[in-house]
Ligand binder design. Structure first.
Ligand code: COA
Length: 336
């Protein structure tokens, strides 16, 4: 790989990070107005204490815009420098078009390409991989990757919605990814997987292109479904495998990695992965207690906060990994 860099093939490097979370804090006990639940149940099962919810009406693209502005400023770039926007979300502003074009317009851009990707909690990792390929081939030099979600509007507030409803939050994270020819830095490898056999284990099945059932009496409407135990079991296994393949590809020992950033779905998933690799939890950046599961936004929010706290320094070895609905999962190995 080093040879390619020397021959002039650029690598993709994250040069700026930003995040935005809405100001409204919703604590576990606040959820008791809808659900028969408790702070103790939610915290011990998931590690979540509170999450952020938007005030309605709100726009996913707008959340992404705030995060993008911060990332661009930190990278010393203006919107006009962006060659491509990649927008990862499961909660777009509209059924179509995607939120990427809305963000492009908000940024004051005229014809910059905008690509929406629908990879749920793995959206940021998939986006990193896409950005990496465009930059390695030389097609683009500067890519804006955004993960943004408004999930408080699809939560099922009926009593039976409590298992899913207590876990999710709103927020956005963004990364400016640029070509670098500095040897040894940037995204070294990405590893992507999916398994549609499990599509129905975690989904919002309606509204759907297949039926107009949501208009009919007895419709299930727009309600999320999650087979929590099955999702948990797969998440632990697949996230561990994704970390393993990144380590093996780089020839890194688990303890050599300076920081692991795993998608924030449940602190117990991160603990299980840490235990599998015999690593202390200090090696993992977590903020699920503050934000819950922010899906495509969770990894860039973590990265932005880790960077702001001085936990990402030049030369650090970093592994990011995610698992989510689809099922989709993957990882990336980076040198900061
Ligand atoms: N408050 C209180 N009780 C709740 C509840 C809530 N919000 N949600 C469910 N329960 C109840 C259930 O009704 C069930 O009761 P029963 O045993 O009387 O039927 C019980 O709690 C379930 O408990 P348990 O099965 O021990 O929960 P769990 O340890 O499996 O934890 C999840 C549940 C959802 C937190 C866990 O399965 C999980 O995190 N799954 C993966 C989530 C995930 O990763 N999703 C996104 C992937 S990106």
């Amino acid at each position: 790989m080093e040879a390619f860099v020397l021959l002039g093939m650029p690598r993709a490097c994250i040069t700026g990070l930003g995040r935005y979370v809405p100001p409204k804090v919703v604590k576990n006990d606040d959820l008791r107005q809808w659900f028969d639940t408790s702070d103790e149940w939610i915290y011990t099962r998931s590690g979540i204490r509170e999450r952020r919810w938007v005030e309605e009406p709100a726009s996913t693209a707008e959340l992404g815009y705030y995060a993008a502005r911060e990332a661009l400023a930190r990278a010393g770039k203006s919107p006009q420098d962006i060659d491509l926007i990649i927008f990862a979300t499961l909660s777009p502003d509209m059924y179509f078009p995607g939120s990427g074009v809305l963000l492009q317009h908000k940024l004051g851009l005229e014809t910059t390409p905008a690509l929406d990707i629908r990879q749920q909690c793995s959206g940021f990792v998939y986006g990193l991989s896409i950005a990496d390929q465009y930059i390695r081939t030389g097609m683009y030099k500067t890519i804006l990757l955004v993960g943004a979600e408004i999930q408080s509007t699809w939560i099922d507030y009926h009593p039976e919605g409590r298992t899913v409803g207590v876990l999710f939050g709103d927020g956005a994270g963004a990364a400016v990814i640029e070509a670098t020819e500095e040897p040894g830095r940037g995204i070294l490898s990405t590893h992507l997987y999916s398994q549609g056999a499990y599509a129905m284990e975690l989904c919002v099945a309606e509204p759907s292109s297949a039926t107009r059932r949501h208009e009919l009496p007895g419709s299930y409407g727009m309600r999320p479904y999650m087979n929590g135990k099955e999702v948990f079991r797969h998440a632990v296994q697949r996230m561990g495998e994704a970390v393993q393949v990144a380590l093996a590809t780089q020839g890194w020992q688990p303890e050599e990695v300076d920081l692991y950033v795993l998608h924030q779905a449940n602190i117990r998933i991160v603990q299980a992965v840490a235990e599998f690799f015999s690593l202390p939890m200090e090696k993992f950046y977590n903020n699920i207690h503050k934000y819950g599961n922010t899906t495509a936004a969770s990894i860039p929010i973590c990265l932005a906060e880790a960077w702001a706290e001085g936990r990402l320094k030049k030369g650090d070895k970093v592994i990011v990994a995610a698992f989510g609905s689809g099922f989709t999962w993957g990882s990336a190995a980076l040198v900061w």
